[in-house]
Write a protein that binds this ligand. Structure first.
Ligand code: NAD
Length: 401
């Protein structure tokens, strides 16, 4: 197969070299000219046991090329694997600018490539665009949409997270515990399975699933590994405090097969290029999904003709991006209540916990609260004269008490 790696960093270079070594013709593309020049002089920009030899063998066999020429790299490929960096941005979210810039280039190149769009022959030839970078769930859908902004040609989308470890990358790639492929149709799954079949001859599994699940697997795995490291360190702290020996505790604990003994060594805590950023991105996904629930409620309210005023100490900006001026925004929790027929509480900021209930009631047109976070006691709300609906508890109606 003809393959293009977008990004010739740790993952792109190791993956590209190993795929070339199983007979594919691989073009490693990068925007960093110095890196590509170095590789073309036979110098690897990273140290990884066994990599130099593999690179030189596959370059000599004309199966491995390094380039900064994106148009031909994109147009000639049957499969394009995006392996650019996804560092943390200032909010801890995965910064997707490199992924989306690559998507734009791919869309433009695809549009300018010779060949008819549509038709069954073209369908069979459709390029597969694979996101290999570690990205939040939903990113491959964004990549697909970005490419489609620039081309009407048919292409296939897939996600294929990478699990290699620096220092053991060649071995990890050649003998993976598993290969995870997310795709939207069987044909794409089959073509990617063919690509990876040579690496699982020992019988390790290739899991084919939907794209969001594949994207989530990588974050779930890294978050779990980070938890294991942090967990054993917390136990080590307790051992120091109470005079126990962590090595003995570890032996006793890890002999339980449900726990196992991998990744449970005390130390300085986790670091490296992936765990800190992936854990932050995972937390950020959780926070965003919480604010998404706010958004969903507001969209339903607007659809049924309600007028909505919102307050959140941090989410106005993101909310504006989704809903624009369809709703009003206020900067104080009390101002949101003015003339309201009802209050819906969607987040549990500390500042909402002990409000002045009399002032709340005086500002509202009718004292009705739907509390999605169970912030208040039923008796308090009944006494304060609110009709109060919370989760998993009896509704409290001041009129019936
Ligand atoms: P890296 O920073 O080493 O390499 C990224 C490369 O992409 C750089 O050389 C950069 O110049 C290039 N690039 C950026 N934009 C480009 C564009 N538009 N076109 C072509 N090239 C472009 O990153 P990495 O360590 O290889 O990681 C890549 C992804 O894989 C990240 O999402 C990372 O989280 C994930 N990952 C990394 C590891 C690891 O051990 N390093 C393991 C598994 C997954």
């Amino acid at each position: 197969m003809r393959i293009t790696m977008v990004g010739t960093g740790y993952v792109g270079l190791v993956t590209g070299t190993c795929l070339a070594n199983t007979g594919n013709v691989v073009t490693c593309l990068d925007i960093d000219r110095a890196k590509i020049d170095k590789l073309n002089r036979g110098v690897s920009p990273i140290y990884e046991p066994g990599l130099d030899e593999l690179i030189s063998r596959n370059v000599k066999a004309h199966r491995l090329l390094f380039t900064t020429e994106k148009w031909s790299a994109y147009q000639d490929a049957q499969i394009i694997l995006i392996c650019v960096g996804t560092p943390s941005d200032a909010q801890g979210q995965a910064d997707l600018q490199y992924v989306l810039a690559a998507a734009e280039d791919i869309g433009c190149a695809m549009e300018q490539a010779p060949g008819e769009s549509g038709g069954s022959a073209e369908e069979r030839r459709a390029q597969i665009i694979v996101v290999k970078s570690t990205v939040p769930v939903g990113t491959s859908a964004r990549v697909k949409a970005r490419i489609a902004q620039f081309t009407g040609k048919t292409f296939r989308m897939a996600s294929n997270p990478e699990f290699l470890k620096e220092g053991a990358a060649i071995n990890d790639f050649n003998k993976p515990d598993r290969v995870v492929i997310g795709c939207e149709d069987k044909g794409t799954g089959d073509r990617l399975r063919d690509l990876y079949e040579p690496f699982v001859r020992q019988g390790n599994p290739i899991f084919i699933m939907d794209i969001p699940s594949a994207e989530m697997v990588k974050y779930a795995a890294n978050a779990m590994l980070a938890v294991k490291i942090s967990f054993i360190n917390e136990i080590a702290n307790l051992c120091e405090r109470y005079g126990a020996d962590i090595d003995e505790v570890r032996r006793g604990m890890c002999s339980d097969r449900r726990i196992g003994n991998q990744f449970l060594y005390p130390g300085l805590g986790y670091g490296g290029s992936c765990f800190p950023k992936d854990v932050l991105a995972c937390i950020s996904m959780g926070e965003q999904s919480q604010s998404q629930t706010v958004l969903t409620i507001m969209q339903h309210l607007l659809a049924s003709g309600a007028q909505v005023t919102a307050h959140d100490p941090v989410a106005h900006e993101s909310c504006r991006r989704e809903l624009g001026n369809q709703i009003s925004y206020v900067d104080s929790a009390m101002d949101v209540l003015d003339d309201a027929d009802a209050l819906i509480i969607c987040t549990d900021w500390d500042e909402f916990r002990h409000p002045d209930f009399d002032e709340m009631k005086s500002r509202m047109k009718s004292p009705v609260i739907f509390d999605g976070r169970n912030l208040y006691r039923l008796a308090t709300m009944r006494q304060a004269g609110f009709t109060y609906y919370s989760v998993g508890r009896q509704a409290s109606d001041s009129h019936t008490s």
